[in-house]
Design a protein around this ligand. Structure first.
Ligand code: SF4
Ligand code: SF4
Ligand code: SF4
Length: 183
């Protein structure tokens, strides 16, 4: 099963956008491999990905499921820097760490890395992030490749897990100190 999941996963765009209804590309690949999901739920991959999945799995091609969204030109996030309040809430949701900035400082999107996944839009409390067609960028900037998206996502997840471990250890140490001090 693992080889089958890997083969399916390798055909997905790795934006981790969750539009397929799963928490990323690998969970969607696992669901397809298990027969728990159809092959037509990935809007970023669109028809090309459906075609490749159908070939791999020797099944019929299907139209993209409209419940998941529509196939659109490559997009990129843009931050209105005049309105950005530097709250940094857009940083953790970005699967590929394509936003730079620190607390109380203006934030900026790194166009070369942004997949247009939109996961940074909803957390922004002042609605200063919008999506624009990548073709409008001047100077132009090529869309990042799936392999690079995956590499950056894996690094992002590793850092997130390490932070979570550190936080759990810190809370446990604090609780031990309180227990010792409590008569
Ligand atoms: S890129 Fe496709 S497979 Fe990956 S999370 Fe988005 S919709 Fe799902
Ligand atoms: S900047 Fe926003 S749209 Fe671009 S990859 Fe990060 S979360 Fe997705
Ligand atoms: S969430 Fe919005 S306001 Fe906060 S740092 Fe990001 S872009 Fe700026």
């Amino acid at each position: 099963m693992s080889a089958r999941v890997d083969a399916i996963h390798a055909l997905l765009p790795q934006t981790q956008c969750t539009r397929c209804g799963f928490q990323g590309c690998r969970p969607y690949a696992e669901a397809i491999a298990a027969g728990a999901s159809l092959i037509n739920r990935c809007p970023p991959g669109g028809r090309a990905t459906i075609h490749q999945l159908a070939r791999l799995l020797q099944t019929d091609e299907l139209a993209l499921d409209p419940e998941c969204g529509i196939e659109s030109p490559a997009m990129v996030a843009h931050i209105d820097e005049e309105r950005c309040i530097g709250c940094a809430r857009c940083l953790p949701p970005c699967p590929v760490d394509a936003i730079i900035g620190a607390q109380r400082q203006m934030h900026t999107v790194l166009n070369d890395l942004c997949t247009g996944c939109e996961l940074c839009v909803a957390p922004c409390p002042v609605d200063c992030i919008s999506l624009i067609p990548r073709s409008e960028l001047r100077p132009s900037s090529p869309e990042p490749k799936a392999a690079e998206n995956l590499r950056r996502y894996d690094a992002h997840e590793t850092r997130r897990a390490r932070r979570e471990q550190d936080r759990t250890a810190m809370l446990a140490a604090r609780k031990r100190r309180i227990d010792v001090m409590t008569p």
